[in-house]
Ligand binder design. Structure first.
Ligand code: ATP
Ligand code: MG
Length: 256
């Protein structure tokens, strides 16, 4: 079996104030990521979820342990890994239109024709068709978040690291984006690590739900989700197994 990511004994400490004083952020994290699966992570605010994703994305340097992407130590953002930030407003360039924000990571490496086809496809995937020439500040918060997702999708990544990507969306858009993500996983073999505060969302899209506690952040429990791959918003969420997972995860987060 081929692991895309292998994380073993990961610890992260970050300086606070003066450089000698360190805060323990992540503790003894183990996580393996396979191709074609969605890994969701839930946990209370401040427990270390974003920090874990940043280490995986090569944006923050670990203190000790192993973080391997395709068998190589991660020390800078690896090729084939795309990041969707929690803070979408700061992730976009205000002087570039929707189209130009999406083309940013691919415009130097692809032909103009291929680039524009990718941009068009990504815009359709996040339902922003018709807003190609808007600037980010002319979009709603949820639209800006979808724009950031489109930019990641246009790179055709092997791995998507997504930090609460649907938090700013209304219930209907959120549901349709969840289904888009499942479709993408089925069509491409992409691996997705997806942070959320929404336990139902974590179960609905997840092949595995990891529960984090902290700080310092630890993966307290990882629960494999064995629901039918043909998920449907109404039917799946009403299944007795779904409700059982929901109860289990709620209890695990609360610590009993
Ligand atoms: N650069 C930094 N320097 C020092 N401490 C940091 C830094 N970044 C994060 N932290 C601390 O690490 C801990 C975990 O933060 P993190 O952003 O990973 O939490 P989170 O689980 O993503 O929370 P939320 O759900 O609110 O987004 C917090 O105590 C935070 O203050
Ligand atoms: Mg966070």
């Amino acid at each position: 079996m081929k692991f895309i990511y292998q994380i073993e004994n990961l610890f992260l400490e970050l300086p606070i104030g003066n450089p000698e004083e360190k805060r323990s952020i992540l503790k003894n994290i183990h996580l393996t990521i396979e191709a074609g699966k969605i890994y969701t992570i839930v946990g209370a605010s401040g427990c270390g979820k974003t920090s874990l994703l940043r280490v995986m994305g090569g944006l923050t340097q670990k203190s000790s342990g192993k973080v391997l992407y395709q068998n190589k130590e991660v020390s800078s953002p690896p090729e084939g890994v795309a990041f969707v930030f929690q803070d979408y407003a700061n992730a976009l360039l205000p002087w570039r239109t929707v189209e130009k924000n999406i083309s940013l990571p691919i415009e130097d490496s692809l032909s103009a024709l291929e680039c524009s086809a990718r941009v068009k496809e990504a815009i359709a995937q996040v339902h922003l068709t018709g807003r190609e020439n808007d600037y980010p500040w002319q979009l709603s918060g949820g639209m800006q978040q979808r724009l950031q997702i489109a930019r990641a999708l246009a790179t055709k990544p092997n791995v998507l690291l997504m930090d609460e990507p649907f938090a700013a969306l209304d219930a209907m858009t959120k549901a349709s984006m969840q289904d888009e993500l499942l479709k993408l996983r089925d069509q491409t073999n992409i691996s997705i690590v997806f942070i959320t505060h929404d336990i139902e969302e974590a179960i609905y899209i997840g092949d595995q739900v990891s529960i984090m506690r902290g700080p310092p952040g630890e993966i307290f429990e990882a629960i494999d989700i064995s629901l039918s791959p043909n998920r449907d918003q109404l039917t799946t969420r009403g299944l007795p197994e779904f409700l059982q997972y929901r109860k289990l995860i709620h209890e695990s987060i609360k610590g009993h």
